[in-house]
Write a protein that binds this ligand. Structure first.
Ligand SMILES: [Zn+2]
Length: 261
């Protein structure tokens, strides 16, 4: 019933538009299969003026400065990829590499970097460099626990001193104040694996206080150390006690040992 109503609505709009003089637009994307994300896909036109979509319909009554024929192709809003390792590509000296065509060709227009605890916490550098050397995609960056711990504690298997803890908290806070999306960890990987849950909570809280998200490659996706279920419990605890939204990256039960968990 809803489908019929939507369809009739579109037909009525189209008929109404046919009698009016055609609108002038800058860009017409014609005849593609449109996925809006909120209704069933349909073949139609998208009209754009400036940087605004002015109509999405089965047939746009417009004259366009430029037309892209999209017959047989899918037209969809750009995808957001929340877990990538394209940081080095975006920092490349080669402009072609900075375009990240492999992502664009898949429809990804926004990506997160610095996942798994690998993100340089120097946001002035990470986010600022796109001003001078343009990149092909919108991106947001996490401050990475691995980079922070390596910088302050080194790669040793030991607890940080109180002074080192203060320094690490400062780096998270500073990253957040300069536009980081949040705090990421990869607790499976050394030296992050040397950290207790309590240490991670303290640092995550610095991100949480400033509106950040916690993003984690958990300590164990299988049966390598604490086990899958305990590692998920740990991520939830960090989110709860750190008081910030938590995202578990590439969540899975890895291997036959944890099948069905
Ligand atoms: Zn990962």
């Amino acid at each position: 019933m809803i489908k019929v109503a939507l369809l009739l609505g579109t037909v009525a709009l189209t008929l109404g538009a046919a009698t009016a003089p055609p609108q002038k637009v800058d860009l017409l994307i014609r005849g593609g299969t449109i996925y809006t994300g909120t209704m069933a896909p349909f073949v139609g036109d998208i009209a754009i003026r400036g940087d605004k979509i002015v109509s999405v319909s089965r047939h746009a009554n417009v004259t366009a400065a430029r037309t892209i024929e999209a017959k047989g192709m899918i037209v969809a809003p750009g995808f957001i990829d929340p877990h990538t390792h394209m940081g080095e590509d975006l920092a490349s000296k080669d402009p072609a590499e900075r375009l990240v065509p492999a992502f664009l060709m898949q429809g990804v227009t926004t990506a997160f970097i610095g996942n798994d605890g690998g993100g340089d916490p120097d946001m002035v550098k990470v986010l600022g460099r796109a001003k001078d050397s343009s990149v092909g995609i919108n991106y947001a960056a996490y401050a990475g626990f691995g980079a922070i711990r390596a910088k302050v504690v080194g790669r040793d298997n030991r607890a940080p001193t109180p002074a080192e803890m203060t320094q690490m908290k400062g780096l998270v806070a500073d990253a957040m104040c300069h536009g980081a999306l949040g705090f990421s960890t990869g607790l499976f990987y050394a030296p992050q694996s040397f950290a207790t849950t309590g240490e991670v909570i303290e640092l995550a809280r610095e991100a949480g206080k400033r509106g950040g998200t916690y993003d984690s490659h958990i300590r164990d996706e299988s049966s390598y150390n604490i086990g899958l279920a305990a590692a998920i419990d740990e991520a939830i605890r960090i989110g709860r006690e750190g008081r910030l939204p938590t995202h578990i990256s590439h969540i899975k039960a890895l291997g036959v040992d944890v099948q069905g968990q």
